[in-house]
Structures are given as C-alpha cells and as structure tokens.
Design a protein around this ligand. Structure first.
Ligand SMILES: [Zn+2]
Length: 119
C-alpha cells in the first residue's frame, strides 16, 4: 500500500508549529490555560486530519483486498467490477472534530450488482 502521508502530515505538523509560534507572538501575556486552549485547537485539527487520512487509506485497502480475493468479478454474472464512490460519511471524533470519509464500492458492469468492501 502506497501512501503519501509523510508529506501531508509534515505539512500539518509545520502548520501547527508555525501557527502556535505566531499565536504566541500575538498573545505575549497569555495564561497557561489560554496557551493550552490554542494548542489543543491546533492539535485537534491535526488529529482529525491524520485520522481521516489513515481511515481513508484503510477503506481503500479494504476495497482492493475485496477485489483481490474475488478477482474484481461479479459473483452473479462474472462481469467486471468498477469502483464507485457512494458519497461521504460524516463522523465525529472523541474531540468533536468532524471527519469526512468517502465510501466506495464495486459495481458490476454486467448486471449492476453492488459489492461492498468489508468494514
Ligand atoms: Zn454481474
């Protein structure tokens, strides 16, 4: 499984670091609690993005695995399965960050049957 998390996540982390540094310069008299709040806000966003990226990667891996075991063929007619997106699923994380996960599934080009990946 190939991922390009490294670059995306390094960017995310850099945003947190530079954003926090900037915030600190703009709030030289901030209390510990205020600093903590600003940090949590930024880390929470990074956390949600990382969770989203990682969850999407496993969803994609699921469909590929399902396709591999069934050779991406329809069980009913043997037609070729094509990947389709079925919209976005919204989830709320433990820290109330909204995640958008795209669900995908296979559709038979012959009879139109849908094959959903497990999970
Ligand atoms: Zn079919």
């Amino acid at each position: 499984m190939r991922t390009d998390f490294d670059e995306q996540w390094e960017e995310l982390a850099a945003e947190v670091l530079s954003g926090m540094k900037e915030w600190r310069l703009q709030h030289p008299k901030a209390s510990l609690r205020e600093i903590e709040g600003a940090l949590d806000e930024r880390l929470g966003k990074m956390r949600a993005r990382m969770l989203e990226d990682a969850a999407l990667a496993s969803a994609a891996a699921n469909l590929k695995a399902a396709g591999a075991t069934e050779e991406a063929r329809c069980r009913e007619c043997g037609g070729k399965l094509e990947e389709r997106a079925v919209g976005v699923r919204h989830l709320l994380t433990q820290q109330n960050q909204l995640l958008e996960l795209e669900r995908s599934y296979g559709v038979c080009s012959g009879c139109g049957a849908g094959v959903f990946p497990p999970g």
